[in-house]
Write a protein that binds this ligand. Structure first.
Ligand SMILES: Cc1ncc(COP(=O)(O)O)c(C=O)c1O
Length: 373
């Protein structure tokens, strides 16, 4: 397939399939085995993976332009980076980003393994000012949950000039919206639990790198820490990848429409969505991303309890954490202590727009906003 130039929308369907052999299956079977027969070199799936894991990795690797290593969750992928860094590492990390990642880095600092420089990663000058003498820069393409847009190309270039390793969590943008390795990043991270899997039925993570040596080290670490994903999860995640383009395109279109309606609604005090022309991240998003994504954050006048009531009163949209599935999910993020500590506004609701009909989604939001009046 390497000789066939395909667009990402075709790659999601075509990549990671078994060779075309007469009578052979179109999909890689679910290999349910821990040990493998001696004789070929591969002996145990924790060390060596399996065809099922490999097919998912092949597809994501092709999409992101590197070698992919799948993990048991997004956090296992985060840990594979953070716990492999030598004692004394200086890391430039976001002040506001996915709380689990920040907690993981906080723990490295608490254990005396790492010194953290916390910066607003949507402020490129602040990030560049923090890079001298650092070892690692951790970015998200679009931040969770504040939906700030990060100028990844500029920051990666500045980091490379200073030999700082960059890891970019591209979970919110997916390989369809942004491919960090094309801009010189060292590692791309996805929580495959979200858009890649796409059905809220699995936990997985994946790292992608352009360096064969780094890929080898990450595989060794995965084997050492036992963070290998299950075969069923890999099968489901690859099945999810097959429809990523259609799911993401539709969710993104609906998110744009809902964001516009919410922004025009007097019951809503603030909407954060990179596709809105007056959003602080709009110009960077236009320049760097293919599409504005399917995540919206909005706030209402009133209290945290009012926002919780709004989430509860929705009937089509589900009140639950996580994102990136076919079903729309909403959550008041400051209900999590770590997000509240990081300054997430008390009524900010993070809406992951799914693939339901946009008018049904709007009717649900409109009814819930009216009920709160
Ligand atoms: C941006 C981001 N990165 C990483 C993670 C961690 O992924 P997982 O829940 O698969 O461990 C999440 C989870 O919400 C996330 O939103």
């Amino acid at each position: 397939m390497a000789d066939l130039p395909l667009r990402p929308q075709s790659l999601v369907v075509a990549a990671g399939r078994p060779p075309r052999a007469g009578g052979g299956p179109l999909n890689t079977p679910i290999v349910l085995a821990a040990p493998l027969h001696h004789g070929s070199g591969a002996i145990y799936t924790r060390h060596d993976g399996s065809d099922t894991i490999g097919s998912f990795e092949q597809a994501v690797g092709v999409l992101d332009g590197g070698e992919a290593i799948a993990f048991a969750s997004g956090m296992a992928a985060v840990s594979a980076i953070s716990e492999a860094l030598p004692v004394g590492t200086v890391a430039v990390v976001p002040t506001a980003a996915y709380s689990g990642t920040l907690a993981n880095f906080g723990e490295q600092q608490r254990l005396g393994r790492m010194a953290l420089r916390e910066v607003d990663i949507t402020d490129p000058d602040a990030v560049v000012a923090a890079l001298d003498g650092a070892d690692l820069l951790w970015l998200e393409t679009v931040t969770n949950p504040l939906l700030g847009v990060v100028d990844v190309p500029r920051l990666v270039a500045a980091a490379r000039e200073r030999s700082v390793v960059t890891v970019v969590d591209a979970t919110f943008s997916t390989p369809l919206g942004f491919r960090p390795l094309e801009h010189g990043a060292d590692v791309t991270l996805h929580s495959a639990t979200k858009y890649l899997g796409g059905h809220s039925d699995l936990l997985m993570g994946v790292l992608v790198t352009g360096s064969q040596q780094r890929a080898r080290e990450l595989r060794e670490r995965r084997a050492m820490t036992g963070a290998v994903p299950g075969a069923l999860e890999c099968y489901l995640a690859l099945r999810g990848v097959r429809t990523l383009a259609v799911r993401f395109e539709r969710a993104q279109a609906s998110a744009g429409e809902l964001a516009r309606r919410l922004a025009a609604d007097p019951r809503v005090t603030r909407v954060r969505y990179p596709g809105l022309p007056d959003d602080p991240g709009h110009a960077v998003a236009r320049r760097t991303l293919d599409g504005f994504g399917a995540m919206i954050a909005f706030e209402i006048a009133g209290t945290a309890a009012d926002a919780e009531r709004l989430c509860e009163s929705l009937r089509l949209i589900t009140h639950a954490t996580s994102l990136g599935g076919v079903e729309s999910l909403i959550e008041r993020r400051a209900r999590h202590a770590l997000d509240a500590e990081r300054g997430t506004p008390p009524t900010l609701m993070r809406l992951s727009v799914g693939i339901e009909h946009v008018e049904d989604l709007w009717a649900d939001l409109d009814r819930a906003l009216a009920a709160g009046q």
